[in-house]
Design a protein around this ligand. Structure first.
Ligand SMILES: [Zn+2]
Length: 238
């Protein structure tokens, strides 16, 4: 098992798994903000241990909220449910590798504006962990060297990026970087429109306000006609 002669740390037993993962991140000088993916620093089997750890901490939160989870049948299993929801569902995009996407060469030499959307996106804000739910539209300007990916793959990439506590402005930039890297188009445009439940459920309690933002890359930055064409074609309404 041991392949090194350097002294091993005394023992890992009893060290919370989150601490071990965090040590690897610090060692590698990798950022681990809420919207960063840390999958490559998690070893097989550790996600299950992380789930147990988060459940324990979540139980502590419920205890501090003075909720009788032992007597209240509704909240008896809430700590585990919330831990599962965070790790396996809503924040899963932090803990798993990017979806595998098969890229094809652009055999047809497509070079016309292509628009994908609306794609429904679900995320949560980094500030309050409240849901952020909305839609995105993606405009791609391919060239003959652009890799082509299936339409559904855009949705899978979006789901992976949005499945983290996010800030909408940063989420669209992360998604744009990822699609640029995977497909190498001449230009890329993304528009996101979303409701932020931290504004509806708390705070100003405004049920209707939406945040819209966009990111433009390549020819979409240089060519205002193309940019207008994209914005005119996306059927955004209310
Ligand atoms: Zn918020």
């Amino acid at each position: 098992m041991k392949t090194t002669t350097s002294p091993q740390p005394a023992t890992d037993e009893g060290t919370p798994v989150s601490v071990r993962i965090r040590e690897r991140l610090v060692q590698a000088r990798k950022r681990f903000h809420a919207n960063d993916n840390i999958a490559q620093f998690i070893e097989p089997g550790e996600l299950a241990k992380l789930l147990d750890e988060v459940e324990g901490k979540m139980q502590g939160v419920l205890d501090s909220l003075v909720i009788d989870t032992a007597g209240d049948h509704n909240t008896g299993n809430t700590a585990r449910r919330v831990a599962k929801m965070y790790l396996n569902e809503v924040f899963n995009g932090r803990y798993v590798q990017a979806p595998t996407i098969t890229e094809f060469p652009n055999a047809e030499h497509l070079n016309e504006l292509m628009i994908v959307g609306p794609i429904t996106v679900r995320s949560a804000c980094s500030h309050h962990f409240c849901p952020v739910i909305g839609k995105i539209w993606i405009g791609v300007m391919p060239n003959e060297h652009t890799n082509v990916i299936g339409l559904s793959k855009y949705a899978r990439l979006a789901e992976w990026v949005m499945g983290r506590p996010q800030i909408q402005e940063e989420a669209v930039v992360q998604l744009a970087d990822l699609i640029m890297e995977k497909t190498q188009p001449d230009g890329l445009a993304i528009v996101m429109e979303a409701s932020h439940y931290c504004m509806a459920w708390r705070g100003v309690k405004d049920m209707d306000s939406k945040m819209i933002n966009s990111v433009m890359r390549g020819v979409f930055l240089k060519d205002s006609t193309l940019r207008r064409e994209f914005l005119a074609l996306i059927p955004r309404k209310g």
